[in-house]
Write a protein that binds this ligand. Structure first.
Ligand code: BGC
Length: 735
C-alpha cells in the first residue's frame, strides 16, 4: 500500500522546487489546467449546439454519434508544446498518448509530462459489474483485483489516472449515481474505498501497470436533497464526520493520489470553493499530500451557485480553497495570471497547487518514463484472464432476493425467456462503461446458448411502455418455467439520472402479472443500477434474481446462478424500499423518540409496511446457515465476537457473517444498529467453522456536539447473523 508520505519525499521536493524556479507564470497555470481533446471542424452545427439538441431529445444518441464522427479532433499539440496544459481528460490510445507525451516531454521547454485521466469506473474494455453490484459481493479481494485489471488495461492504452473510486455514501435510491458507489453503509464503504485504491495504485504508482486513483466526490454528494443530482446538501457536521467522510479518510489512508471536489454545495458553500474541505480536513487533519481536481465544469457552475461575482472570482476562491486543478471550465487558464498581477492571489497560492500536481507526476514515474508499450493493449485488453475475472466478479455480485424452491433450474425443463433486457448485450454494460462495447457482452440469451440450454424467446415488453400480450401468450404457452429479464436501461442510472419513481419502468410489472395469471412458474431477473421499489414483481415471482448491470460476462454469470453452477452468495448493500416515497431509507438510522411500530403515534408511513422490501445485508443462497455458540469478549482493542456457523443445507456455499453494534446509552442518539465487522466463510455442505470477528474500539467512538471524537464507556448490544436484521446475540460493557 502507498502512504501519503511517499508523495513528498525530499528528493522529489527538491526536483519540484528546481522546476518551479524555472517555470513562467503561464507554464505554472498550465499545470493546473485540464481539458479534453477539442473537437473542431468537419461538421455543420457546432458541438455545443449538437449537445443541446441531444439533451433536448431533438436527436438520438446514434444521430449525435454519427454527426460527431465527422469531427476532427484537435489534440491541442500547440498548447502542450507551449506548456500551457497539464492534463487531459478522455485522451487514450497508446500511440496517441505517446505522441502527446512526446510533445510534452521532448518539445516543451521544461519537458513536464501529462496526466492523462479517464472515468474508468468499473473496468476499461473488460467491463466488470457496476460498483454497486460489486459491493454486494462484500469481497474486498475481488474489488482490489477488478480495480487492478482496470488499471492494467488503462495503462496499456496510455492512461495514468482514473476518476475512481466514487466513495460517496448513498442512502437515497432515487439518486442515479448510487450505481457508482458501494451503497449506504459507511463501514463497508470505507473497506471498498481502501480496496479499490489499492487495486488501482498497487504498491507503487511508478509501476507501469498501476494508475493514480481519485476519491470522489468530496463531499456528501450522495446526500443531495430528494436524490436530485447536483442538488443541495444541508447536513450537520456530526453526520458529515460520522457517515460521509470516513470512506474518504479510508481512501486517504490507503494512499489515494488524488481527490475530486463535488458539484454540490455543502451547507451553502459550493464544495469547489470550500477551504474547510481541502485545507482543514484533507490536508491539515488527514495529512493528504496528493492533488485535488475539480469536477467537470464545477468551477464555472459556481456562477449558478451564486457565491462568486464572476469567473475570475471563482478562480480566486477555488485556488485559495485548495482546488489544485480545474477540470474543463478554463477559469484558471483565463484568470489566474490576471489575479496574480492584481495581487488578488499570491505566487505562493499558485506554487502550492503546481507542487501538488507535479508530485503526482513524479510519483507516477512519468518524468523517467512517460511512454506506453504500444503492443501491450492487444495482449491485455479483454484477454481470457480478464474475462474470467469478470465472470467471477459478476456471479459474486448477483443477489438472490426470493426463491420458493424453483431455483436452481434443471437444464431439461421447457424454458421461455421474455423481457426487453434478455437479449440486449449492450445494456449489460451499465453506466460509465469505460470503452466497453455491446458486442463484447454476453446477454442472458447468449448465456443460455453457451450453457447448452434450449429456450424460446421473445421480448414481449419494452422498457418504455409497449407490451405485446399476444406475443407473451404465444411465447410462454408451452413453457414450464418463464425467465423474465426486466429492469432499467443503463441510461436510467448514473449521472443526471435521478428518478422520482423507482418502480419498474413501462408496463413490465403488468407483464409479470400476466405471466403469473397464466399459472407459469416465474423467475424474474432484474437488471438495474439502483434499488427498485417492486413489491408486486416480487409477489408475482417464484424467484427473483438481482443481477444489476454486470458487465461483459453478465449472461454467463446469470446462468451460473440460475442453473446452480454457482451458489449465490451476494448481500445487498442498499435497502430496497416498498415504495419510492420511502426514500431516503437506510438501516442505520437513529431510533427517534417514537420508533416505528403498529401504534398510531410512531414514526412511519401509514400506507407502507413497517419494514423495507429487502433490508441491508440481505441475500439468499441455495443452502442455509445456522449460527450457534455466540460470545462477545471485550479486549484492549475493542470487542471480539466469536460464532460458529454451520452450513445446514445440501450444497456448498459462502456465508457473509455480519456483526452490528448498538450503543445502548449515549450523550447523542446513536443508530439503531451499525455494521462494525464482517467476514466471509466458505462452508461445504454440513461443514461448520468457528469464526472470530473484531470490532475495533475506535469504531465505537462518535462525535460530540463540539465535534470532538469521543468514546463513552457503557453497554453495547451486538447482533450477529447474515443480514441487517440479525437477531440480538448479546450485550457487553466496554470501559
Ligand atoms: C462527473 C465525474 C466525472 C467527470 C469527468 C463529471 O460530470 O461528475 O464523476 O469524473 O464528469 O468525466
Amino acid at each position: 500500500m502507498i502512504s501519503q508520505k511517499q508523495y513528498c519525499n525530499e528528493e522529489v521536493s527538491r526536483k519540484i522546487d528546481e522546476l518551479l524556479s524555472q517555470m513562467t507564470v503561464d507554464e505554472k497555470i498550465g499545470q493546473l489546467h485540464q481539458l479534453g481533446p477539442s473537437p473542431v471542424g468537419g461538421f455543420e452545427i457546432s458541438l455545443d449546439e449538437l449537445k443541446k439538441m441531444l439533451d433536448a431529445g431533438a436527436i438520438t444518441q446514434k444521430e449525435y454519434e454519427q454527426s460527431a464522427r465527422g469531427f476532427k479532433v484537435d489534440e491541442r499539440e500547440d498548447e502542450v508544446r507551449a506548456g500551457t496544459i497539464g492534463s487531459f481528460l478522455g485522451l487514450y490510445g497508446a500511440e496517441k498518448c505517446n505522441r502527446m507525451q512526446k510533445v510534452a516531454v521532448e518539445e516543451s521547454r521544461l519537458g513536464i509530462p501529462l496526466l492523462l485521466g479517464f472515468d474508468v469506473i468499473h473496468g476499461l474494455r473488460t467491463v466488470f459489474p457496476i460498483p454497486l453490484a460489486e459491493s454486494c459481493s462484500w469481497d474486498m479481494e475481488m474489488a482490489e483485483k477488478t480495480a487492478a485489471v482496470a488499471a492494467k488495461e488503462s495503462a496499456a492504452v496510455g492512461l495514468n489516472w482514473t476518476f475512481a473510486p466514487m466513495v460517496d455514501i448513498a442512502r437515497d435510491a432515487r439518486w442515479g449515481r448510487i450505481a457508482e458507489g458501494a451503497g449506504e453503509d459507511t463501514y463497508l464503504g470505507s473497506r471498498f474505498a481502501e480496496a479499490r485504491v489499492k487495486g488501482f495504485q498497487g504498491e507503487s504508482l511508478a509501476d507501469p501497470e498501476n494508475i493514480a486513483a481519485c476519491a470522489k466526490h468530496f463531499v456528501a454528494y450522495g446526500a443531495a436533497i430528494g436524490g436530485r443530482d447536483y442538488n443541495t446538501v444541508d447536513m450537520s457536521l456530526q453526520t458529515l464526520y460520522e457517515t460521509y467522510l470516513p470512506p474518504f479518510k479510508a481512501a486517504t489512508d490507503a494512499g489515494v493520489a488524488t481527490f475530486m471536489g463535488a458539484f454540490n454545495d455543502l451547507n451553502g458553500v459550493p464544495c469547489s470553493t470550500n477551504p474547510f474541505l481541502y485545507k482543514t480536513i484533507l490536508r491539515k487533519d488527514w495529512g493528504f499530500n496528493g492533488m485535488v481536481v475539480s469536477d467537470s465544469m464545477a468551477l464555472q457552475n459556481c456562477l449558478d451557485h451564486a457565491t462568486v461575482a464572476d469567473r475570475a472570482d471563482v478562480a480566486r476562491q477555488a485556488l485559495q480553497a485548495g482546488m489544485d486543478m480545474d477540470m474543463h471550465s478554463t477559469c484558471y487558464h483565463d484568470f489566474l495570471k490576471e489575479l496574480l498581477e492584481n495581487g488578488q492571489i499570491s505566487m505562493e497560492d499558485i506554487d502550492t497547487a503546481v507542487t501538488n500536481v507535479l508530485r503526482i507526476k513524479f510519483a507516477l514515474g512519468l518524468f523517467e518514463n512517460p511512454y506506453t508499450d504500444e503492443f501491450l493493449a492487444d495482449k491485455v485488453i479483454l484477454c481470457d484472464e480478464h474475462r474470467a475475472l469478470a465472470r467471477e466478479s459478476a456471479k459474486k455480485s448477483i443477489v438472490l432476493l426470493k426463491n420458493n424452491g424453483v431455483l436452481p433450474l434443471k437444464k431439461d425443463v421447457k424454458i421461455a425467456v421474455v423481457g426487453a433486457l434478455a437479449d440486449n448485450a449492450e445494456e449489460m454494460l451499465g453506466t460509465w462503461e469505460g470503452i466497453g462495447r455491446g458486442e463484447d457482452c454476453i446477454s442472458v440469451t447468449a448465456g443460455l446458448q453457451n450453457a447448452g440450454v434450449q429456450f424460446k424467446f421473445a421480448p414481449c415488453c419494452s422498457l418504455d411502455g409497449a407490451f405485446d400480450e399476444a406475443e407473451l401468450s404465444a411465447t410462454i404457452k408451452d413453457a414450464d418455467i418463464v425467465i423474465a429479464c426486466v429492469g432499467e436501461s443503463k441510461e436510467d442510472s448514473g449521472e443526471a439520472s435521478a428518478r422520482c419513481d423507482i418502480t419498474l419502468p413501462g408496463r413490465q410489472d403488468e407483464m409479470l402479472a400476466a405471466i403469473r395469471a397464466q399459472g407459469k412458474k416465474l423467475v424474474t431477473v432484474l437488471f438495474n443500477g439502483r434499488p427498485l421499489a417492486i413489491p408486486e414483481a416480487v409477489e408475482n415471482s417464484d424467484a427473483v434474481v438481482e443481477a444489476w448491470h454486470l458487465g461483459v460476462e453478465a449472461g454467463n454469470a446469470v446462468c451460473d446462478v440460475l442453473f446452480g453452477d454457482y451458489n449465490p452468495s451476494a448481500r445487498l448493500t442498499t435497502t430496497f424500499p416498498n415504495h419510492s416515497g420511502e426514500c431516503p431509507t437506510y438501516y442505520n438510522h437513529l431510533p427517534t423518540g417514537k420508533p416505528a411500530a403498529e401504534m398510531k403515534y410512531t414514526s412511519k408511513y401509514i400506507d407502507a409496511p413497517l419494514v423495507p422490501l429487502f433490508p441491508f445485508g440481505y441475500g439468499l443462497s441455495y443452502t442455509e446457515y445456522a449460527y450457534s455458540g455466540l460470545s462477545a469478549n471485550v479486549t484492549e482493542n475493542g470487542i471480539d465476537v466469536t460464532v460458529t456457523v454451520k452450513n445446514v443445507g445440501a450444497v456448498d456455499g459462502e456465508e457473509t457473517v455480519q456483526v452490528y453494534v448498538h450503543d445502548v446509552l449515549a450523550s447523542r442518539s446513536r443508530p439503531v444498529r451499525e455494521l462494525k465487522a464482517f467476514g466471509k466463510v466458505f462452508l461445504k455442505a454440513g461443514e461448520e467453522k468457528q469464526i472470530t470477528l473484531s470490532v475495533a474500539r475506535k469504531d465505537l467512538e462518535f462525535y460530540d456536539m463540539q465535534l470532538n471524537r469521543i468514546f463513552e464507556a457503557g453497554d453495547f448490544e451486538i447482533f450477529v447473523g447474515h443480514d441487517g436484521t440479525a437477531p440480538l446475540s448479546g450485550e457487553v460493557a466496554v470501559e
